[in-house]
Write a protein that binds this ligand. Structure first.
Ligand SMILES: CC(=O)SCCNC(=O)CCNC(=O)[C@H](O)C(C)(C)COP(=O)(O)OP(=O)(O)OC[C@H]1O[C@@H](n2cnc3c(N)ncnc32)[C@H](O)[C@@H]1OP(=O)(O)O
Length: 409
């Protein structure tokens, strides 16, 4: 088999994306959703692998700016649309695309690459570590009550058409979530993503519904959701499927969840993607009846270790020498001295004795402050070579706010 890997031409997009859809089961996306992905695709960051005139491999990346601990935004490739035709699998095509992509990102000077994995087992071999997790909840709203702190008395909730509320929702989203580590800054076009409403995404429920929370006429929170009616012999048992919910203040946030859990004719409220430190966990009367589950979300790979570690800040001052292993991107391998604190950081080559030994994958996992070096060391994946170095570095790498990826890409 001879295949050719080359950059994507805009005119090839339809065939290329069709092959991606085929690798994901062959169900074509809704036309509106497809159109958005076509517009967001950056062909010069996308590659196809061709066997003659047949596309057998796809991969792309978005040019994101990712929020990191400290509030800065760092250039990051949002790796996406990865697939290999079932007829050509396990012959190294993914590996060749990862090789080409990471070399290209290095050439662009982008210090980070991030992705969400269809299966978490795929990307560790290429140096990606699981950097964020997400909660899914399924609340038994017939039993669970939501406590609302003072301040919600004068909050008005009202239904608005999602399109009419979009600008207010986007403003609130940017204020509440834009600088949370793990969130990509939304560049033009991406604000359309939360408004996509293909029938296939409704799970048998209503078209997208939007409720705005307002105080003195100003929007201070919102929720977008689907309502799926269901009737049993015992009576109504509908469910609410939350797409996104944000609020500028705790009382408004609680009021929105109280609203969701109190919608007539429904007995459950589901949300697939909330941060692991979501205040919801402290608002509910019975967390055991909230069906809380945790899963991996954003996987992160430092493309350039020095630039990546120097681009975020650290909770407390640190000075540590890291001995990094990186078989797939050997330019990162070896010793790095990382110095920094809450005001900034630098990470440079050194010949000094190492304090910690780890692979680039662990650095990726710890980078956003959501996975502790201590915990990775407990799994034997970080080795402490100087007493005290592990605890100190682990504390410094942490983040007061759990990192979170608010939406897929
Ligand atoms: C960011 C995203 O877009 S995630 C979406 C990923 N795409 C999909 O899941 C769509 C369906 N799956 C596919 O298209 C393909 O199976 C891919 C892309 C996952 C793998 O492509 P392939 O060309 O078969 O991978 P390749 O041959 O390069 O495999 C490299 C190594 O990864 C391993 N590997 C590949 N896929 C998987 C998997 N799904 N689970 C576990 N291991 C895997 C291979 O066994 C191989 O291991 P080895 O080096 O020890 O022999």
């Amino acid at each position: 088999m001879t295949t050719q890997l080359r950059p994507l031409a805009r005119s090839e997009w339809d065939r290329w994306f069709g092959r991606l859809e085929l690798a994901f089961g062959g169900v074509a996306q809704d036309p509106e959703e497809r159109r958005l992905w076509e517009e967001l695709t950056e062909p010069d960051r996308s590659i196809g692998v061709w066997d003659g005139d047949e596309c057998v491999g796809t991969a792309g990346s978005f040019g994101f700016r990712l929020a990191v601990p400290g509030g800065g935004h760092v250039p990051a490739a949002g790796v996406t649309m990865v697939s290999v035709a079932a007829t050509h699998r396990r012959r190294g095509i993914l590996t060749s695309m990862m090789r080409s992509q990471l070399d290209g990102l290095r050439g662009r000077g982008e210090p980070l690459a991030v992705l969400t994995a269809s299966e978490p087992e795929i990307y560790g071999r290429f140096g990606y570590g699981t950097a964020t997790h997400q909660l899914t909840v399924e609340i038994d709203s017939s039993r669970v009550r939501v406590a609302v702190p003072p301040g919600a008395e004068d909050v008005r909730l009202r239904f608005v058409p999602p399109g009419d509320g979009a600008a207010a929702c986007e403003r609130i989203y940017r204020a509440t979530t834009g600088s949370r580590p793990g969130a990509p800054a939304r560049s033009p076009g991406w604000e359309r993503l939360p408004l996509l409403d293909p029938p296939s995404g409704r799970e048998g429920g209503s078209p997208l519904l939007c409720v705005l929370a307002e105080r003195a006429g100003e929007a201070v929170g919102y929720v977008r959701f689907h309502n799926r009616p269901h009737w049993t012999a015992e009576g109504p048992a509908g469910s609410v499927l939350v797409r996104d919910v944000e609020a500028a203040e705790p009382a408004v946030y609680a009021a929105l969840w109280r609203f969701l859990c109190g919608i007539d004719l429904t007995t459950s409220v589901r949300s697939r993607n909330r941060p692991v430190d979501d205040p919801l966990l402290h608002l509910v009367s019975d967390v055991r009846r909230c069906g809380v589950r945790v899963r991996d979300s954003l996987h992160l790979r430092p493309v350039e270790v020095g630039a990546a570690l120097g681009a975020r800040t650290y909770q407390v001052p640190l000075d540590v020498v890291l001995d990094v292993e990186d078989a797939f991107c050997p330019w990162n391998a070896g010793r790095w001295r990382l110095t920094g604190g809450p005001g900034g950081a630098a990470c440079v080559r050194t010949g000094d004795a190492p304090d910690l030994a780890l692979s680039v994958r662990e650095l990726g996992a710890a980078y956003l402050g959501g996975v502790s070096l201590v915990s990775l060391a407990g799994a034997g994946r970080v080795r402490e070579l100087r007493g005290g170095a592990l605890g100190a570095a682990s504390l410094a790498f942490g983040s007061a706010v759990a990192p979170w990826l608010p939406h897929g890409f």
